[in-house]
Design a protein around this ligand. Structure first.
Ligand code: ARG
Length: 455
């Protein structure tokens, strides 16, 4: 490509360190789309003849078919996807292929390809996240009123409903989708026509190529267009947060599926057995979802580190932007799909959930609230009285609803029979009707809202 200036071939090591075709071949579709848009624009502007542009387009379409068919021969000596495609174009249509690179550079080409690729990945990921939300919503609907323990510090705190717990993740994933949509909106500007860094003297129409590729506008500064990878970093940030959510969900599934908790049964499809212990059913998929975040954060750190010291405009360092991103993108896509499958197939065990909710004095707050409401105690005093009731229950080896009235009245004479109405876990969740609260009726209202949103 640059034989005019060079007398010697690159060293083999140089070729190896320089080549990106091993991974940027994933840009093939985007690269061809960019080239076709560019050639059409050059013709419309009279920079290429219509006949040459048609030749080039025909060649590019043929190359796309070869790549799809798997018959395209990628060459490391040709360094990257851009030069692989251009070289093949020359083989197919002859010297006219050399006219395609008028008024552009690999610098604006690769930036355009990458934006297109990330945009496509965001769209696919958004669909995957919506599917996961639907799976969670189906769980929420089926178990809107199942009572389970809510935890803080992984200690039983207050009873909540299964539906409420599922919906918590629906909300988180809704924000993940919002963050990806924000990143998509900002990245959807077209670098093509920035050329190497300074723009071009040819009378190109950047609006036309931007429009043809589905971008909202051409990027307004040619230096910025070829220099920045903030769109990758922003997408990785959103991906990292999303992976955090998936990882926490996975951690809960791991805990819930233990014999000790027994909150859920996982399906055969998302678990594995042991080669030695016949009784085992291991939540491998959940564990791997929990672990995938390592790659995603790793990619974010790697690329931030690559970018942070680069002077404008393009430096070859930026070729190192792709592998970490592809790895993170693949990891997150797989994690989302696995999580969706696990959630869809997992079966909550209502008896176990309820029994766990009813242990650990989970309705102590309800007792304290009752003392405030019905007996007029200040909350701090009610807290103290309730603490003594819990201690009495613990000493007697029972839970709060099983404490005899005499025992409660010995602790505080203002307690009456009516207190038992608030001590059951069902009464506890039913009472929490504040907006966003755990009461089944609130949960059902939120399910209805989400169903509408997810249509
Ligand atoms: N393979 C290169 C990359 O991934 C394409 C851009 C090359 N530009 C250059 N000036 N060497 O970044």
């Amino acid at each position: 490509m640059w034989g005019g200036r060079f007398a010697a071939e690159p060293d083999r090591v140089m070729q190896r360190i320089n080549a990106s075709i091993g991974f940027d071949r994933r840009f093939a579709t985007e690269d061809i789309a960019g080239s076709r848009a560019h050639a059409a624009m050059l013709a419309a502007q009279g920079i290429l003849t219509a006949a040459d542009a048609a030749e080039i387009d025909r060649g590019l379409v043929a190359i796309e078919a070869e790549i799809e068919a798997g018959s395209f021969a990628f060459s490391e000596a040709l360094e990257d996807i851009h030069m692989n495609i251009e070289a093949r174009l020359a083989e197919l249509i002859g010297p006219v292929a050399g006219r395609l690179h008028t008024a552009r550079s690999r610098n604006d080409q690769v930036a355009t390809d990458f934006r297109l690729w990330v945009r496509g990945w965001i769209d696919a990921t958004d669909a995957g996240l919506a599917a996961l939300q639907r799976a969670l919503l189906a769980q929420a609907e089926a178990g809107a009123a199942f009572v389970m323990p809510g935890f803080t510090h992984l200690q039983v705190a207050q009873p909540v409903t299964w539906g409420h717990h599922m919906l918590a993740y629906v909300e988180m994933i809704g924000r993940d989708r919002g963050r990806l949509a924000d990143a998509r909106m900002r990245l959807n500007e077209c670098p093509l026509g920035a050329a190497a860094l300074a723009g071009t003297g040819f009378p190109i129409d950047r609006e036309m190529t931007a429009l043809a590729l589905g971008f909202g506008a051409p990027m307004a500064n040619s230096l910025d267009a070829v220099s920045d990878r903030d769109f990758v970093l922003e997408t990785l940030s959103a991906a990292t947060i999303c992976a955090t959510h998936l990882s926490r969900m996975a951690e809960e599934i791991v805990i819930w599926s233990t014999a000790q908790f027994g909150f859920v049964k996982l399906s055969d499809k998302y678990t594995t057995g042991s080669s030695i212990m016949p009784q085992k059913r291991n939540p491998d998929a959940a564990e791997l979802v929990r672990a995938k975040i390592g790659r995603i954060i790793g990619a974010q750190v790697a690329l931030t580190t690559v970018m942070k010291g680069l002077p404008l405009a393009y430096s070859k360092d930026m070729q190192e932007d792709k592998e970490p991103f592809f790895d993170a993108a693949d990891a997150l896509a797989l994690a989302i799909a696995a999580m969706e499958g696990m959630v869809r197939d997992m079966a909550p065990v209502p008896e176990r959930l309820r029994a766990a909710a009813a242990s650990g004095y989970s309705t102590a707050t309800d007792l304290a609230d009752w003392l405030v409401r019905e007996a007029g105690l200040p909350f701090r005093e009610a807290h103290h009285v309730t603490g003594r009731a819990v201690a009495a229950a613990e000493a007697a080896g029972v839970d709060l609803p099983a404490l005899p009235l005499e025992t409660l009245r010995e602790i505080d004479g203002r307690i009456t029979e009516g207190v038992y109405e608030v001590l059951s876990v069902e009464a506890s969740v039913a009472s929490r009707r504040s907006y966003g609260g755990t009461a089944p009726e609130q949960v059902r209202a939120q399910i209805a809202r989400w169903k509408e949103l997810l249509q």
